[in-house]
Ligand binder design. Structure first.
Ligand code: 1HE
Length: 258
């Protein structure tokens, strides 16, 4: 696949997608969002998990402010809805995504990061929503996805006051679930994606598509939905094979790793 603002490499079942506009701190231009849309709508054959990371010193500086021209209200709504479509496609797409975060993860960069299923942060990552200071509002899904990670109160604080969270604070508040030294994020992301790619497809599907919906339901409907998904997953031949492997002592035991 040939892109201008993205670069793609395949490592077995793991696809590694690089945001590749380092001179502009990987700011999300319309063209770059369009390329993300194309990529996540037609993943290369054999890719079962994607790692997304940024070229240069930062993951992503958010919306390309040079393109925020004289839009009317209606054009602004349409632009935001365009981001929503692409970002929904990442979150509810075909394969799990691991985002590797370093440097600035700000504005639309944090919105993009929050579409991923797992976030690995390097110790130099920092998070902000400068929309508050730029006189605008988030438009790429942050008001839906970020509160589900860190709570609406913390997100409001970030926007009201321009507060910047460090990598450690991001880890403590739930933006990331892995924190690694600077320069070690990609290796960790690829390792995790490789493990995810080896899961039964029904398990990954349930985690991507059922779990976030179940988590939004009331208890009655949630428990019923869980039972339906559990029943379907366990009836898959792949599940039966994996359980037999364990009982026949061919499968790995549960043990702690990184
Ligand atoms: C940009 C952008 C950008 C950098 N749009 N061009 N996002 C922001 O408000 C964040 C704005 N950016 C920054 O605060 C800083 O650039 C960083 C902390 C990310 C990086 O700092 P640094 O010192 O490494 O880089 P720099 O010198 O500030 O920027 C290098 C170049 O990238 C420079 O261009 P140049 O032509 O002068 O070399 C910058 O202008 C350019 N650049 N960030 C355009 N964001 C759907 S709603 C989402 C709404 C939002 O995301 S709003 C938040 C936007």
């Amino acid at each position: 696949m040939k892109f201008k603002s993205l670069r793609f490499k395949q490592r077995g079942a793991v696809g590694v997608l690089l945001l590749n506009r380092p001179a502009k701190r990987n700011a999300l231009s319309d063209a770059m969002v369009a390329e993300l849309d194309v990529f996540f709508n037609a993943l290369p054959a054999g890719v079962k998990a994607v790692v997304m990371h940024g070229a240069g010193e930062h993951f992503c500086a958010g919306l390309d402010l040079a393109e925020l021209s004289d839009r009317s209200a209606a054009q602004g709504v349409a632009h935001s809805r365009g981001w929503h479509r692409t970002f929904e496609r990442i979150q509810f797409g075909d394969v799990p995504v691991v985002a590797v975060l370093h440097g600035a993860v700000v504005g639309g960069g944090l919105e993009l990061a929050s579409t991923a299923h797992i976030r690995v942060a390097e110790s130099n990552a920092f998070y902000a929503l400068p929309e508050g200071q730029r006189g605008i509002f988030v438009g790429g899904g942050a008001s839906v996805r970020v509160p589900r990670l860190i709570g609406a109160a913390r997100m409001a604080d970030m926007m009201f006051t321009g507060r910047v969270y460090s990598a450690e604070e991001g880890q403590a508040t739930g933006i990331s679930t892995y924190l690694v030294p600077a320069g070690k994020g990609l290796a960790k992301g690829v390792e995790l994606a490789g493990r995810i790619a080896g899961n039964a497809p029904a398990t990954n599907f349930a985690l991507m598509h059922a779990l976030p919906r179940i988590a939004e339901l009331g208890q009655d409907a949630g428990l019923l939905m869980e039972s339906l998904v559990a029943g379907i997953a366990q009836s898959e031949p792949e599940a039966k094979r994996r359980m037999k492997d364990f009982l026949d002592k061919r499968a790995a035991k549960v043990k702690k790793h990184g």
